[in-house]
Design a protein around this ligand. Structure first.
Ligand SMILES: O=C(O)[C@H](O)COP(=O)(O)O
Length: 321
């Protein structure tokens, strides 16, 4: 990074969401002028963005066409995390704005949360915790994950890590992806599903690990819920919009889904009627998009993001070599 110093001197960087201090320190160490504004409002972002050459965001900040159109000096958008669905990649490409992220940094944290949610759903932890908090000492009977079938939808880094841990618990894994995953599946002792519906039909637990794209928007909708086994568990730590909230509500009320454990919603916080009802539903376990929110993941995110951001910024400023 030291050799990039002369080139990055004075580069103006706006950070719009909470990041590990390491990221800010590394940017300042190369002479960048960093404005740290975690939680900045949309209005302020639109007003301030023209001043900056680089933006560092997490999933909260939408970097859409409107933002990019105002950002006349912008060279790089750095997503301090994995998902790029909050960045309009086409508008960025048109404006020659480079986009970088930290694709591998949060794998373990998201996988651990996924397993936690799976166990919480199987053991009905929400109900037991609510009883305990009211002083009611009643037993709640759950099920084991051991010997159950887990459908892993999306067999990328996170899906594979979840499969690996679930194998250690004693689950039978059926993996589904749109790309060829036979090699990975074989290595992890997972079977490969021919199609999504056949994976759903077999599974006791379904976990989603796909990025949000036009192809995966509402991937889990009415037909998919109808294909699922009655009484199964759905875990979603990917993106809320991968699941059609109205269809999920129906599946819960029909008993198709016994419990949905969700770290993500299409709108965060819940905005639609269906999302508000999901958030209140007794058989929904809902967390506040915390998949990557661990000390370790955020450190890795900071290191990976800053490295990619500085390289991209130096290249964009014409002095990378
Ligand atoms: O895509 C990601 O990296 C995760 O969903 C975490 O998002 P966050 O950085 O907004 O916590």
């Amino acid at each position: 990074m030291e050799k990039l110093r002369p080139c990055l001197q004075g580069a103006r960087v706006l950070v719009t969401d909470p990041v590990d201090d390491l990221l800010l320190e590394a940017l300042r160490a190369v002479g960048a002028q960093v404005d740290y504004r975690p939680g900045i409002s949309r209005g302020e972002l639109l007003a301030l963005v023209p001043r900056y050459e680089a933006l560092v965001v997490r999933s909260r900040t939408r970097v859409d066409r409107e933002v990019l159109e105002r950002a006349g000096n912008l060279l790089v958008v750095a997503r301090a995390g994995v998902g790029l669905d909050n960045v309009d990649l086409e508008a960025a490409r048109e404006r020659k704005v480079r986009v970088v992220n930290a694709p591998g940094a949060a794998t373990q944290s998201v996988a651990e949360l996924t397993i936690a949610l799976m166990i919480a759903a199987a053991r009905r932890l929400r109900e037991s915790m609510e009883l305990a908090s009211r002083g009611v000492w009643k037993k709640v009977v759950g099920v084991e994950l051991y010997g159950k079938t887990l459908a892993v939808v999306g067999f990328g880094r996170i899906g594979r890590r979840v499969a690996e841990i679930a194998r250690a618990i004693g689950m039978d894994i059926i993996a589904y992806d749109v790309v060829d995953i036979r090699g990975h599946a074989e290595k992890l002792g997972a079977r490969v599903a021919e199609d999504l519906h056949s994976a759903l039909a077999e599974a006791d637990v379904v976990t989603l690990h796909v990025p949000l794209t036009p192809d995966t928007y509402h991937l889990m909708s009415w037909e998919e819920f109808k294909a699922m086994k009655r009484g199964s568990i759905l875990v979603n730590t990917s993106r809320g919009a991968v699941v059609d909230s109205e269809a999920l509500l129906w599946a819960l009320n029909e008993g198709v889904v016994a419990t949905a454990a969700l770290d993500v919603l299409e709108h965060e916080p819940p905005a639609t009627e269906a999302e508000k009802r999901l958030a209140q539903h007794p058989r929904v376990i809902l967390t506040t998009h915390i998949g990557a929110s661990t000390v370790e993941a955020q450190r890795r995110v900071a290191i990976e993001t800053v490295r990619r951001l500085l390289e991209a910024l130096a290249e964009a400023r014409g002095c990378s070599r």
